[in-house]
Write a protein that binds this ligand. Structure first.
Ligand SMILES: NC(=O)c1ccc[n+]([C@@H]2O[C@H](COP(=O)([O-])OP(=O)(O)OC[C@H]3O[C@@H](n4cnc5c(N)ncnc54)[C@H](OP(=O)(O)O)[C@@H]3O)[C@@H](O)[C@H]2O)c1
Length: 327
């Protein structure tokens, strides 16, 4: 197996591969098993050892984890000690009161079901998927800590929490003896919230790592939409990326970024991935892919010289926060 660089998650003892692979889109029963299997195994062959899941991922909900459980059983079981498996709970997966939110009942119930889906005794990282303002933070912390203390997870994580709440939960978890390992926010050239809201500083201060999701803005930060929406692209077939965002403003910005990437001898996707990994607070870039070719292409992002200050200024000129984002 080729080894990608590993990066330390905050001030923990855990290293993660510089790229992590997520099964949010195009994994589940609506897609061909062999294609999904090939992508996951290819990611592993490229040195991606961190696989990110959630009870919600599918369609239908839980199907992505059940798929991964099958691959784990048939192909990856001998490598379990090389893998970092993550799951999350708390975003809605049904109408019931325990199928959403960050209560102890919801989080621990979902985790038990996720372990059954994945066919494993433990996950490496268990996340509270989103903040839940109706549940006391102490209760959420008690659930994350219990997951670790019961041996069902090795580490605790949070996702989508704003900087102030992340700081608060990091303190509570520390006092519970289960330090916060990672936070999973969205971060890309087009989503600057971790910079704008102080999350990068909180990560440094509290000693947790950032596993940043959608670093390609779901594909918007590649060259695929320069001339419209190609058949099969996410903007054509996903509820999470509307073709409406591909307008003149978007195209102008993407053209500027694409030109910069070409001057550096790389693609826009590679530039965008290198850009998020330039920050030491970022432990891993959490990517998706609909083909093995995309993975081969994207992991090469690490082969290029660091971005200079002048190049970063060009990224800032075209990388306007909010471009292409609806959610
Ligand atoms: N915590 C949360 O709330 C949360 C939310 C969202 C995501 N996540 C996690 O983050 C993971 C990654 O999210 P994401 O899929 O949005 O990440 P992304 O890396 O920004 O987007 C991946 C998509 O971009 C397109 N793409 C990738 N490489 C390409 C290339 N070289 N050229 C052209 N197109 C390319 C592909 O879409 P198409 O080919 O299909 O167009 C691919 O599926 C998820 O799977 C999930 O694990 C977490």
């Amino acid at each position: 197996m080729t080894l990608l660089p590993y990066r330390r998650a905050g001030r923990s003892g855990l290293d993660l591969s510089a790229f992590s692979f997520g099964l949010w889109q195009k994994f589940g029963t609506d897609y061909a098993y062999e294609t999904q299997r090939e992508i996951v195994l290819h990611a592993f062959d490229l040195g991606i050892t961190h696989f990110d899941n959630a009870d919600r991922y599918g369609p239908p909900h839980r199907a992505a984890q059940q798929f991964f459980g099958t691959v784990l059983k048939r192909d990856l079981a001998p490598h379990r000690d090389e893998l970092i498996l993550s799951t999350k709970a708390g975003n809605p997966i049904g109408p019931g009161p325990y199928q959403r939110g960050a209560s102890r009942k919801s989080l621990l119930g979902s985790l038990d079901q996720s372990l059954r889906d994945l066919g494993t005794d433990y996950v490496d990282i268990f996340y509270s998927h989103s903040p839940d303002l109706t549940t006391p933070l102490d209760e959420t912390v008690s659930a994350l800590a219990a997951a670790v203390q019961q041996g069902k997870a090795l580490y605790a994580g949070i996702s989508n929490y704003p900087a102030d709440r992340a700081h608060e939960i990091a303190g509570l978890l520390r006092r519970a003896g289960v330090p916060l390992l990672v936070h999973q926010p969205r971060y890309s050239i087009f989503d600057r919230r971790p910079e704008l809201t102080g999350l990068l500083e909180v990560a440094e201060e509290d000693g947790f790592g950032l596993v940043v999701y959608s670093p390609l803005a779901q594909g918007l930060l590649t060259d695929k939409y320069l001339d419209g929406v190609p058949a099969g692209a996410r903007a054509q077939n996903s509820a999470f990326l509307s073709p409406d965002v591909i307008d003149e403003t978007y195209r102008e910005r993407i053209t500027g970024l694409n030109k910069l990437a070409a001057q550096r001898g790389q693609s826009l996707a590679q530039l965008a991935l290198q850009w998020v990994l330039r920050r030491p607070e970022v432990t891993s870039a959490l990517i998706g892919a609909s083909s093995t070719e995309q993975l081969d292409h994207n992991v090469k992002a690490l082969d290029f010289a660091p971005l200079t200050d002048d190049e970063l200024a060009v990224v800032d000129k075209y990388g306007v926060h909010g471009t292409g984002l609806r959610l």
